[in-house]
Design a protein around this ligand. Structure first.
Ligand SMILES: [Zn+2]
Length: 475
């Protein structure tokens, strides 16, 4: 019998601020351990937290970008638990009155086409510190630079039905957050971390099965692998007549296995209560409206606009908008008069691979447009243009035409030169000439190929054919 998988994700995103959530310490990644700390984020007695206005603004923008409604009043709460990387003994978070609720993320599911995943809530919280296990032999160190860094926690509805869908959701979510400018979402630097909830049930069942939670996944690929491993584990348990127990799991990327960490806490285990040091967060309707007005164009809107404004296929628009920089570059190429579909092909091909390699665009939009014009005018073959592009990428300043000439790639459509090559080819292949004259018209391709070879690719194939035809028929 088959099983249906149900997945919901909790994503922690580091908000792009210069200072921490409740103090003035810097948020720079990679500083020496315990250098960005103060009495507040160390949790020393008497230190008072003050909310970071920029973090609140970015949190609200993230919420609005996800279609959530931002509440005029939200409350910071203490989430109490004891852990070595949490010197205060509690984390400041939001509980029953979060910053925002009720949004959605649209995405392309590999199995179900276009779907929407609901966002239950978005709340603000501070990060904990970091335990360092590999610094000293047989000792654990703690680095509190991360303690107090502002996070938005984005909780989805259990709307995903497969590990691949969970991954697609993360890709779409990340894209929105990066477009909105609220986070760099760098997984390497830990600014996007995922906890995944998963359960299985029989298809058609409306009640959810018992769920488990896989904690702290640090790459999209690992989210997918961990969920797949956990789905297999749960199904095996149920099919052998056992029960799934509600546990928290860790994923070992090396072995590809999930291991129980502890039995899952319920919210009452944290004894949440409103933080007495922080008044409720109060946001006016006008302020919220301003944040909404300042949102930049988001991925879905841009995708739709590119499709309509430039008449390019939906697939192209999706690839081009996968990153803001890519879409910007495409638009600047189209803006200098290049045919949009041709511009899209170039950007999705050679431009994207050089961008992925270097993180920049080595060839300006104007120079690319110049190169594309050479192909359009028959000066360069498409193949030759790709070589010129690679050369332009490493020689800033040189013009496409000059590079093409330096490399000897300019196509020859000069009749005299073409006639010379054609004569040589016909002289070298007398029997094929006879067969062609005897009615084997398909040999034309062969002759064109031979001329291209003899000219070392420089002959313009469109100009070759009439010359060949004329000479073949005139003898
Ligand atoms: Zn501090």
């Amino acid at each position: 019998m088959s099983w249906e998988t149900v997945v919901g994700l909790e994503v922690h995103v580091q908000l792009r601020t210069r200072t921490k959530m409740f103090c003035g310490c810097r948020t720079t990644f990679g500083d020496p351990p315990n250098t960005n700390v103060c009495p507040t984020c160390l949790g020393l007695p008497g230190a008072l937290p003050v909310p970071n206005a920029q973090a609140v603004r970015l949190g609200a923008r993230a919420a609005l970008a996800l279609g959530c409604s931002v509440r005029g009043r939200s409350v910071f709460a203490r989430k109490n638990y004891f852990y070595p990387d949490l010197p205060k003994g509690y984390q400041i978070s939001q509980f029953d009155q979060p910053l925002a609720a009720g949004g959605r993320v649209a995405l392309e599911s590999p199995e179900r086409g276009r779907i929407e995943v609901g966002i239950t809530r978005l709340h603000l919280e501070e990060d904990a510190g970091k335990l360092v296990h590999d610094r000293f032999p047989a000792k654990t160190a703690v680095d509190l630079n991360r303690a107090g860094i502002p996070l938005a926690e984005i909780v989805s509805e259990p709307d995903m039905r497969s590990p691949a869908e969970a991954r697609a959701y993360l890709v779409a979510l990340r894209q929105i957050l990066v477009y909105a400018g609220v986070s760099d979402c760098s997984m390497e630097q830990g600014s996007l971390r995922v906890d995944a909830n998963i359960s299985v049930r029989r298809p058609g069942e409306s009640r959810l099965g018992t769920k488990t939670e896989v904690k702290n996944l640090n790459s999209f690929a690992n989210v997918e692998r961990a969920l797949e491993a956990e789905r297999v584990r749960q199904i095996a348990l149920l099919e052998s007549g056992e029960r799934v127990s509600q546990v928290t799991l860790l994923f070992n990327a090396g072995s590809g296995q999930v291991k129980p960490l502890r039995s899952k806490e319920e919210s009452h285990d944290y004894r949440y209560f409103p933080d007495p040091d922080l008044p409720p967060l109060s946001l006016s309707a006008e302020w919220i409206a301003d944040q909404r007005a300042e949102l930049p164009e988001l991925p879905d809107a841009r995708r739709a606009r590119l499709e309509i404004a430039f008449g390019i296929p939906a697939y192209d628009a999706r690839v081009l908008t996968s990153e803001v920089a890519l879409a910007d570059y495409f638009e600047s190429v189209a803006a200098v008069g290049v045919d949009p579909k041709t511009a899209a092909n170039w950007v999705m091909g050679d431009v994207m691979s050089s961008y992925n390699e270097r993180g920049t665009f080595p060839v300006s939009a104007e120079r690319l447009a110049g190169l594309i014009a050479l192909v359009r005018d028959g000066v360069l073959s498409h193949q030759a243009a790709k070589r010129v592009y690679a050369e332009l990428a490493t020689s800033p300043g040189e013009e496409p035409k000059a590079v093409a000439e330096r490399l000897g790639l300019v196509q020859v459509s000069d009749q005299g030169a073409l006639a010379g090559w054609v004569d040589e080819v016909l002289a070298a292949h007398r029997s094929e000439v006879e067969r062609y004259r005897g009615g084997e018209a398909k040999l034309m391709g062969f002759f064109v190929g031979q001329v291209m070879k003899r000219s070392k690719g420089k002959a313009d194939p469109k100009a070759v054919q009439p010359v060949l035809q004329e000479k073949l028929l005139s003898r």
